[in-house]
Design a protein around this ligand. Structure first.
Ligand SMILES: Cc1cc2nc3c(=O)[nH]c(=O)nc-3n(C[C@H](O)[C@H](O)[C@H](O)COP(=O)(O)OP(=O)(O)OC[C@H]3O[C@@H](n4cnc5c(N)ncnc54)[C@H](O)[C@@H]3O)c2cc1C
Length: 382
């Protein structure tokens, strides 16, 4: 690598790659448009690979206030199926996590420039709201936000998805019920994920097809009113207090997108995180993919690889996970498959554990025996 690398976007992928490059002694500048800590649309479920990656950066989630999660409950109407997760996960607010990662990058020696919006890339020049910068190693880590004239592939369905996030202050009974659990409510047109992200608070992440949102009235309030009669919603959120004035929302999510590297030009920028691959959020593995892309990109840059070589390596690495997660997300939206799946999981809750295992990334360190040990633990349905 010649000169200093420029990372556009100081989210998970950007903060992680900057930390790794700076620790290896390379100059790196991160340009982040937000001026300080901020929320992001996300379920905030950190799977085992993400936890492991963060620990390798010196940021184990428990040290940041992450809440342990080792079971999953799936609700469909009045039915609930529960299983142990085949690993220990954590719930942690992105506001806390992303900020800690950027601080780690700065501590490692990266230059972190806040409040600067990148407006475009021309060859080796990054055009930004404060000044233009030159580098032959430009890393694009703007997450769900595409750079002008550099879009990713179109959304995976004609309908498109809308994602919402809201934090809630929970009353004691709901807090106790959610202890160590990620609760998934399957809606047939999407899902809701609810989990604790702090001592008293929980995150609700809702992903629905746009047509479903329109059908119920087009607003967050209408969507919540439509879901609240469901027993799990009523029980867990009926007396909870929303903590944001309005939810965060994002539309046109290109689920299933994996950059192959085949179309890359000679001056290709390195795409990381959601800019390189976007897995089904139902799998709770997007942050693992982002962190893994950062690890492989840093290795690749330091070894003198090209962006295209890195994109191909990443596609081989995360492609199978993304395809498997997309199959599961699509199945959860087909009425017959969903009904059959819930019935099968009630008879054999180990199916949920197997599903959680099937969408994991290839391990870079977690012993398989540890994952398998968890999958044999007790299960129950009601
Ligand atoms: C509805 C939903 C639920 C999800 N739930 C989960 C989950 O539970 N678990 C999980 O592991 N993953 C989940 N994900 C996926 C996860 O949120 C993403 O994969 C992850 O945030 C990607 O990280 P990133 O670094 O690529 O982007 P981000 O973390 O989004 O960071 C991008 C950064 O770039 C900055 N930026 C953007 N544009 C510019 C610009 N022009 N100039 C400068 N800076 C810019 C932004 O401010 C931001 O800080 C979910 C995704 C969605 C949509």
């Amino acid at each position: 690598m010649v000169g200093s690398a420029i990372v556009i976007g100081g989210g998970l992928a950007g903060g992680a790659v900057a930390t790794r490059l700076a620790r290896a002694g390379h100059g790196v500048t991160v340009l982040e448009r937000e001026t300080g800590p901020h929320e992001k649309v996300c379920g905030e479920f950190l799977s085992v690979e993400a936890c492991e990656d963060l620990a390798s950066l010196g940021l184990p989630p428990e040290r940041l206030g992450g809440v342990p999660i080792d079971r999953v409950r799936v609700h469909r109407g009045r039915h609930t199926v529960e299983a142990r997760l085949p690993f220990l996960a954590h719930g942690l607010s992105r506001r806390v996590l992303d900020e800690a990662l950027l601080e780690t990058a700065a501590d490692a020696g990266a230059e972190v420039v806040r409040g600067v919006r990148v407006t475009g890339i021309q060859g080796y020049t990054v055009l930004a709201s404060d000044q233009n910068r030159e580098s032959n190693a430009i890393l694009l880590a703007t997450g769900k936000h595409d750079m002008r004239a550099m879009p990713r592939a179109a959304p995976s369905t004609k309908d498109g998805y809308v994602g919402f996030k809201m934090h809630w202050r929970l009353p004691a009974p709901a807090l106790a019920e959610l202890d160590r659990s990620i609760d998934l409510m399957l809606l047939g047109t999407g899902y809701a994920g609810l989990q604790r992200v702090g001592a008293r608070d929980a995150n609700l992440c809702l992903v629905v097809q746009r047509s479903q949102l329109t059908r119920v009235g087009g607003t967050w309030e209408a969507l919540l009113a439509d879901l609240m009669p469901q027993p799990a919603f009523a029980r867990l959120l009926g007396s909870a207090q929303p903590l944001f004035a309005k939810p965060l929302a994002i539309a046109n999510l290109p689920y299933g997108y994996v950059l192959s590297g085949e179309q890359d030009g000679p001056e290709e920028v390195w795409r990381l995180g959601d800019q390189a691959a976007m897995t089904a959020s139902l799998s709770g593995d997007g942050m693992s993919v982002a962190l893994r892309s950062a690890r492989l990109a840093a290795q690749g840059l330091l070894q003198g690889k090209t962006a295209t070589q890195f994109h191909r390596q990443l596609a081989r690495h995360v492609g199978p996970q993304v395809r498997m997660a997309m199959r599961m997300q699509r199945l959860s939206e087909r009425p017959i498959a969903l009904a059959a799946g819930v019935l099968a999981a009630r008879l054999w809750p180990g199916l949920l554990t197997q599903g959680a295992k099937a969408t994991r990334l290839p391990s870079l360190g977690v012993p398989k025996a540890e994952i398998n040990r968890w999958s044999t633990l007790s299960l129950r349905t009601h």
